[in-house]
Write a protein that binds this ligand. Structure first.
Ligand code: NAD
Length: 499
């Protein structure tokens, strides 16, 4: 039996009218598990119109009412996290425990947004001039759109919409068409939590839906997470259409291992961060930079650990790593292994043709692979592979390693492994990367900090969630007020100053 996923507009399912549909795969078996409606201009118009109509009421909802709805939503998502994790695993391929982890990290943003009455406090200054007071207020921007990638179908949307909605905006989410079901389930839970119809809408689709949102005059803010070329396109198009925009792009995350590091800790971290979710994480470690002389010993320890990894369907209790999201993506990732060997790398662990728990069938499988002696001129080093391929690069010194990381166009995440606090401190100070781990391989900030990279990993000025999220989804208004007083001073043609 196959399922059919359709839009969620104005508080209820909304059947597609464009006549276009996409396939939803089950990566573990390779079968088509269902179809999803792909929006055209009419559906884009309907979703934005629903969000626009809901805005005046939601904008004026009291802060305590908004907080109550958010608390209820938080409880409902928590209560349904197992169901959501299984849904995500079936369409994405990641193991269920990992999918539950992404729901938990998304929930942290909802928890942060529950504090909205405190977060929206402006400033107040009494007597900025004689008997004149000044204050600032934070107001929502209107209809916000979120465009999200396949790799975190619950967490990445939840980086955005809890904060946007808490701030009083209405929201149109355009999730990845590869794993669209979690977003509809989240919409149902919002409705159950008491969110008014039209405040949260889900529009399924591909480029046509995205471009429709980017050009729609009633969309005021756009948050995007995905690959760098599309992030750049979204940033440029949204900005050209007068919208505020934050567009998070791809990554190539380096893990620097100094000779004094605990190599067992470093090897555990490299394998966990390289192969968790089959490397389909924007914060995955894809390059280990081993500073001489630890390269051979570290690679040997990584190989030992990789040999013990179990590959299998996301819902198999022993699986640690699932399949890749589509056949095309699996084939692309595999091509980097062939290419790297041709360009001179050593295939220390070959992930092709893995042993799969329960049998590989037609699933989109690739086992964990390790490339050693990778150099910066190789495609496997230069490109974001976004799969279970870990490259080991050797560097002669800390400075050579830092030069390599600085020269990379991406700046999402990085980590240093060392026992030397001074070296770690120098690294965090110098490195041109937005999120830094010290003996922590995946330094994803907590919800009350903000998430975002530097350089080609983010276009725009704001990172997501935390206070930067609150600022992104609000406009500040500064008010200067004088209430009648017999001594107001009469006519004064001078420029207003304090005094
Ligand atoms: P993607 O760029 O292909 O797609 C992202 C979104 O853009 C999807 O909703 C998709 O439908 C839409 N889209 C795709 N092609 C488009 C086009 N030509 N025009 C307009 N919209 C288009 O990314 P993906 O493959 O779904 O996700 C993986 C990528 O996302 C990786 O590059 C990864 O690093 C990145 N990512 C980044 C972060 C971060 O925080 N920086 C987080 C997660 C994922």
């Amino acid at each position: 039996m196959t399922k059919h996923v359709t839009h969620w507009i104005g508080g209820k399912p909304f059947g597609g009218e464009s006549g276009r549909r996409g396939d939803i795969f089950e990566p573990a078996s390779g079968r088509v598990a269902g179809t999803v409606d792909l929006a055209g201009p009419r559906e884009v118009g309907a979703a934005v119109a629903a969000a626009k109509a809901a805005f005046p009421g939601w904008r004026d909802a009291s802060l305590s009412r908004r907080a109550k709805v958010l608390f209820r939503f938080r409880e409902l998502v928590d209560a349904h996290s197992g169901e959501l994790a299984r849904l995500i695993s079936s369409e994405h391929g990641k193991v269920v425990a990992d999918a539950a982890g992404e729901v938990a990290r998304g929930l942290e943003v909802a928890e942060f947004a529950c504090g909205i009455p405190h977060l929206l406090k402006g400033g107040f200054s009494e007597n900025v001039s004689s008997r004149v007071d000044a204050y600032s207020i934070l107001q929502p921007v209107g209809v916000a759109a979120g465009i999200t990638p396949f790799n975190f179908p619950a967490m990445v949307p939840m980086w955005m919409f809890p904060v946007a909605i808490a701030c009083g905006n209405t929201f149109v989410l355009k999730p990845s068409e590869k794993d669209p079901s979690a977003s509809v389930r989240l919409a149902e839970l919002w409705a159950e939590a008491g969110l008014p119809d039209g405040v949260f809408n889900v529009l399924h689709g591909d480029r046509e839906a995205v471009d429709g949102l980017l050009r729609h005059p009633d969309v005021k803010a756009v948050s995007f997470v995905g690959s760098t070329p599309i992030a750049r396109h979204v940033y440029e198009t949204a900005a050209a259409n007068g919208k505020r925009v934050q567009a998070l792009g791809g990554a190539k995350n380096h893990m620097l291992v100094l000779p004094d590091a605990d190599l067992d800790l470093a090897a555990d971290a490299a394998v966990s961060a390289g192969f968790g979710s089959a490397g389909e994480r924007c914060m995955a470690i894809s390059v280990v930079v081993a500073v001489d002389p630890v390269g051979d010993e570290l690679t040997a320890k990584i190989k030992e650990r990789v040999a013990g990894l179990r590959v299998g369907p996301g819902d198999h209790p022993e699986s640690q790593m699932g399949p890749l999201v589509t056949k095309a993506h699996r084939d692309r990732v595999t091509s980097y292994l062939d290419g790297a060997v041709e360009q001179g790398a050593t295939l220390a662990v070959d992930g092709r043709d893995p042993d799969v728990l329960g049998g590989a069938g037609e699933g989109f499988w690739l086992g964990p692979a390790v490339l050693d002696h990778v150099t910066p001129d190789m495609d496997a080093y230069r490109d974001e592979i976004f799969g279970p391929v870990l490259s080991v690069v050797r560097a002669g010194s800390y400075d050579a390693a830092m030069e390599l990381i600085s020269a990379n166009p991406y700046g999402n995440g990085t980590a240093i492994f060392t026992d030397d606090g001074g070296a770690a401190r120098r690294f965090q100070n110098e490195v041109e990367v937005g999120m830094v781990g010290v003996n922590v391989p995946i330094p994803v900030p907590m919800a009350y900090y903000s998430f975002g990279g530097w350089k080609d990993s983010l276009f725009g000025d704001s990172h997501v969630h935390g206070m930067e999220g609150v600022h992104f989804y609000t406009r500040t208004k500064a008010v200067t007020a004088r209430w009648p007083d017999p001594s107001h001073g009469g006519v004064n043609l001078g420029f207003p100053t304090g005094g």
